[in-house]
Design a protein around this ligand. Structure first.
Ligand code: CTP
Length: 417
């Protein structure tokens, strides 16, 4: 029997994927595969140097479209104007320091730089280069110019670079770039730089409370929504700290990630990082209870009935943050909670959500219905954002980035000038 599906129809877009000449060009092949598999019509425009890293047949085969780097091939179709005019989105990955310098100065000596001048759609740059090049005042100025003109320039990720060195400069994960591309196709206005200079602290994942050295009480939170929010907030200019409890996802580019295990560890890391945050988002699923006395050695099987596990309460970190602000120990103007709810015999999901928002005293509460495993570990999410001031924004089932962008809108609206 055919199963009905709740998978939303994904709008197909016309994407120009610009690839400039860095070693990370090979990762753009993975990005291209993701974009075409999502149903988008992708035209790859490499630079001449990009073609020294990955050849034309790879781009043509993966995109099912002809590939040109210069403005002379197929000149009768005036490709540099046609591509830019018809694109719904231009993604440049990797964006080298040289390519961004050219784009910032309006130079146009190949098909990609020409296309960047004719495009009027959103443009997303995903830089990759050595740390020194990224931090050089020339690059800093060029990136600022591109951002001031409305382009989104992602922060490169931290990690191993081409040589033996590590630092900021890696291309953000292709999956992360693809999610942002998908977001911009759905909502071209989703990544304004309105969180520039703001410090955003996000907790994500699910805490684990030890029963003994090998066992724990945990929950099904994957951390995807919190990590996704970090990606979107960073793309909107925020300085993001991410306290991640047991999350098996790569660190989002542009975020400082603090990995923790238990509720107590998450609490300590969150209070420390909240001190100078403008926004705190408690997206983590924090265990309400923990074993009163976890065994120091592994609990062994016995023939007797197992001893019941005595639980004690964990502190409510969100409530503590709200209290700390009321007492003047925290200045964050925006504190956000998440509530995974199921309806019950007393009330529906939203009624529970509104009661929780009032009880917790935070400024925004993101409420999702989680019956049938929805939300946990899934790429899509549906939610309602409730504001303490009475506002309510309904986010229908869609990619988590869409919810993240709507939440960033709500946060930005609450931040003082
Ligand atoms: N939270 C927290 N500390 C806890 C438990 C929850 O900071 N010990 C935060 C979560 O990160 C989330 C919000 O509180 O932002 C709501 O979590 P939830 O588990 O829904 O709240 P509870 O108060 O535990 O309510 P319930 O009785 O429905 O479990």
């Amino acid at each position: 029997m055919a199963e009905s599906t709740t998978e939303p129809v994904r709008p197909a877009g016309r994407i120009v994927l610009g690839v400039s000449g860095g070693i990370a060009a090979y990762k753009a092949a993975e990005l291209l595969r993701r974009l075409t598999e999502a149903g988008h019509d992708v035209t790859v425009v490499p630079t001449e140097s990009a073609l020294r890293f990955v050849g034309e047949p790879t781009w043509a085969a993966l995109s099912h479209n002809p590939v040109a780097a210069d403005v002379w091939t197929g000149a009768e179709q005036v490709p540099h104007v046609r591509l830019g005019r018809h694109a719904d989105l231009v993604v440049v990955a990797p964006a080298t320091a040289d390519l961004m310098a050219k784009a910032a100065h309006g130079m146009a000596d190949d098909l990609l730089t020409n296309t960047l001048l004719t495009a009027r759609c959103p443009v997303l740059f995903a830089p990759a280069m050595h740390t020194e090049m990224w931090l050089h005042p020339a690059t800093v100025a060029n990136v600022a110019t591109l951002r001031s003109r409305g382009a989104t320039v992602l922060e490169p990720a931290y990690g191993r670079l081409t040589g033996t060195d590590t630092g900021q400069g890696r291309l953000p994960e292709p999956a992360e770039i693809a999610r942002l591309a998908e977001l911009l196709l759905r909502r071209p206005d989703a990544l304004p730089p309105d969180l520039a200079g703001r410090r955003v602290l996000i907790t994500a994942g699910g805490t684990r409370e030890a029963l003994d050295p090998v066992r724990f009480l945990g929950n099904r939170s994957s951390g995807r929504q919190g990590f996704d929010l970090a990606t979107v907030a960073a793309a909107r200019g925020a300085q993001v700290s991410l306290v991640a409890a047991n999350v098996e996802l790569p660190s989002p580019a542009g975020s400082e990630v603090i990995r923790v295990g238990s509720a107590e560890e998450l609490r300590a890391a969150t209070h420390a990082a909240a001190k100078d945050a403008d926004v705190v988002v408690m997206a983590a699923a924090v265990a309400d209870f923990r074993p009163a006395s976890p065994a120091e050695t592994k609990i062994k099987r016995t023939d007797a009935a197992p001893a019941p596990v005595e639980l004690i309460s964990n502190p409510d970190i969100l409530a503590e943050l709200v209290q700390a602000r009321a007492a003047g120990r925290l200045s964050a103007p925006v504190i956000v909670g998440f509530a995974a709810e199921t309806g019950d015999q007393h009330a529906d999901v939203l009624t529970h959500g509104r009661a929780k928002l009032a009880r917790k005293g935070c400024d925004l509460l993101v409420v999702n219905a989680v019956s049938d495993g929805r939300a946990f570990g899934q790429p899509d999410n549906a939610a309602v954002i409730l504001a303490a001031t009475g506002g309510e924004v309904d986010i229908p089932l869609g990619p988590k980035t869409v919810l993240s962008a709507a939440l960033c809108d709500a946060i930005a609206a609450l931040l003082p000038e």
